[in-house]
Design a binder for this molecule. Structure first.
Ligand code: NAI
Ligand code: MG
Length: 360
């Protein structure tokens, strides 16, 4: 059997720093005999610097050929003055669209030792483990028509169109039910069915798909209530599935339940579970080059890659356990340290996780 091919795109600012630690994890797994290999490419500002385009042809070819992609983060002040079509975010949108990455998975996992870092009460978030699944390529962000016009009485007006087809809803719903099967077997579909036609169709299709998953419990919730429930009693959820715009907002809300943005991984999958894996945070220009960035989100993204694209949930569990162990041992980068706690750097955190992983 041939090796699984991983394309690594470190990106900009802290991107290469956190990626170096994720690579240590890959090296350990390869040395243990996992059939993986990887190569490096450019995306975002780094790609613009090297090849004049944020998603250059060399990266396109490598991305299409890879089984999975590991991304750091792109963007930063150095690139803020560039014309829109070559800005780093263009690289990100380009690769998502090119690869058809329609399913965005964002786990929100609380580390109990860090519960003090959350803005919520300890008992509300202790043991929290939810997965938000956001549809990524449809909805009001892409629906036509959109634009500007002038109303009959002479006022400027902007308009967008919320839009979902049944196949688009069906495929994201299937990802949700499959994911729930590997977890606590509960899906909550979030919509605005009382008001929106798109949501009426969404609910119908999700109910249909649920018939293929009798072992998974399906509930429905309006998005405004979901926003409230996420901060009131987040542990009631297992998998949340929702459209692009609702998911954008709810997933950012959920990420704040866990304390630091430096902890949370994500996956974006296509129809064959090929995926791009990345921390949810950005390139953190304010701490770049100082060896202070937290590599945990990127390392947990490696775990998600093994779980969802390589079908190796066992390795994902080992990585999760190693990260938990290191946090339990009191290792803290600056973003997760409480006042007075000793702080370690990016490299020390990576090394500690690799050492813990070696023992698991
Ligand atoms: P950011 O996520 O880069 O930083 C927000 C705050 O969190 C900063 O104070 C930063 O130091 C801190 N932070 C982020 N990651 C951290 C880590 N691993 N360890 C410790 N602290 C961490 O968001 P910001 O500042 O709004 O954006 C900076 C740049 O990143 C912008 O150019 C933005 O466009 C880009 N960006 C890229 C994303 C991506 O590549 N997917 C996502 C979000 C932003
Ligand atoms: Mg966002």
């Amino acid at each position: 059997m041939s090796n699984k091919k991983i394309l690594i795109l470190p990106g900009d600012y802290i991107g290469p720093e956190i990626m170096a630690e994720a690579v240590k994890v890959l090296e350990l797994l390869r040395d243990e005999g996992e059939a993986i290999e990887w190569s490096f490419g450019h995306l975002g500002g780094a790609a613009y610097d090297a090849e004049g385009h944020p998603y250059p042809e060399s990266t396109q070819k490598a991305a299409r050929a890879a089984d999975a992609i590991l991304l750091g983060a792109v963007g930063g002040p150095k690139y803020d003055e560039l014309p829109r079509e070559v800005r780093p975010e263009r690289g990100l949108l380009g690769i998502r669209k090119d690869l058809g990455l329609f399913a965005n998975l964002r786990p929100a996992l609380a580390f109990d030792e860090l519960a003090g870092a959350s803005s919520l009460k300890r008992e509300v978030i202790e043991g929290l483990d939810i997965l938000i699944l956001r549809e990524l390529t449809g909805d009001i962000y892409f629906g036509q028509p959109r634009g500007r016009r002038t109303t009959a009485d002479g006022h400027a007006e902007g308009f967008d169109t919320m839009h979902y087809s049944a196949p688009e809803i069906e495929r994201i719903a299937r990802v949700a039910f499959e994911a729930a099967r590997k977890r606590s077997k509960r899906v909550c579909s979030v919509d605005k069915e009382n008001v929106l036609e798109t949501s009426r169709l969404w609910r119908e299709v999700v109910i249909q798909v649920a018939r293929d998953y009798p072992d998974v419990e399906l509930t429905h919730m309006y998005v405004d209530n979901a926003a409230m429930q996420l901060v009131r009693r987040p542990k009631q959820f297992d998998v949340i599935v929702t459209g692009n715009i609702f998911g954008d907002i709810l997933s950012d809300e959920a990420s704040m339940l866990c304390g630091s943005i430096g902890l949370l991984p994500s996956a974006s999958l296509d129809v064959h579970n090929k995926g791009m894996y990345e921390p949810i945070h950005g390139s953190a220009p304010d701490i770049a080059g100082q060896g202070r960035a937290n590599p945990i989100a990127t390392i947990l993204s490696v775990g998600m890659m093994f779980k969802y694209t390589f079908d190796r949930g066992d390795i994902a569990e080992r990585i999760d356990a190693a990260v938990k162990q290191v946090i339990r041992d009191g290792k803290r980068t600056g973003d997760i340290a409480a006042a007075g706690e000793a702080v370690i750097g990016t490299r020390e955190m990576g090394d500690a996780i690799v050492a813990a992983l070696r023992r698991k």
